[in-house]
Design a protein around this ligand. Structure first.
Ligand SMILES: CC(C)(COP(=O)(O)OP(=O)(O)OC[C@H]1O[C@@H](n2cnc3c(N)ncnc32)[C@H](O)[C@@H]1OP(=O)(O)O)[C@@H](O)C(=O)NCCC(=O)NCCS
Length: 135
């Protein structure tokens, strides 16, 4: 059974394996824990029988008007089972009292987010690739 939680209680680095698929220089599991700890909001999908985290979503926010969703990922062998959609729905509900909720995504994922009530926009960004594994 999959459970969805918004805390890091009983979660440690061992529960966080296999994420950042395709990243040339991914953050360590320690950095992944730091990222989760330092986010304003998070939701985790956990395989109850093993305690393994199989998906996560985070948001950072000023808690007045705006929030940004930097990360959503579901482990490859757990995808296409509705887990990603569920994580987005939980996060959008968590952020429902804020005016602006933004994220950046590839064109191919726009239909996924559109189905969840989001709209296409324009964006700008910088990526310091030499910092991809963390500060
Ligand atoms: C995007 C992601 C979180 C979706 O998780 P998921 O648990 O598979 O999502 P759901 O099962 O709720 O929905 C799956 C649907 O999303 C869409 N989708 C997911 N990934 C897609 C992709 N790369 N391209 C196009 N559509 C995609 C499809 O419509 C898919 O439908 P299908 O299962 O019938 O094929 C997952 O594919 C993932 O972790 N990808 C790698 C990281 C990433 O791209 N994160 C988003 C950053 S903005």
């Amino acid at each position: 059974m999959i459970k969805y939680v918004n805390s890091l209680d009983n979660i440690n680095e061992e529960n966080l394996q296999g994420f950042f698929v395709g990243w040339p220089n991914p953050p360590s599991t320690k950095k992944h824990m730091d990222l989760l700890r330092n986010s304003d909001y998070l939701w985790l999908a956990i395989e109850d029988s093993t305690g393994e985290v199989i998906g996560f979503i985070t948001a950072i926010s000023d808690n007045v008007l705006s929030a940004y969703i930097p990360f959503l990922e579901v482990l490859p062998n757990c995808q296409h089972r509705g887990i990603g959609s569920r994580l987005v729905k939980l996060m959008l509900n968590t952020l429902k009292d804020l005016y602006m909720i933004d994220l950046l995504c590839d064109e191919e994922l726009m239909p996924f987010y559109k189905l969840l009530g989001m709209f296409k926009s324009e964006g700008m960004m910088i990526r310091n690739f030499h910092k991809q594994s963390g500060k």
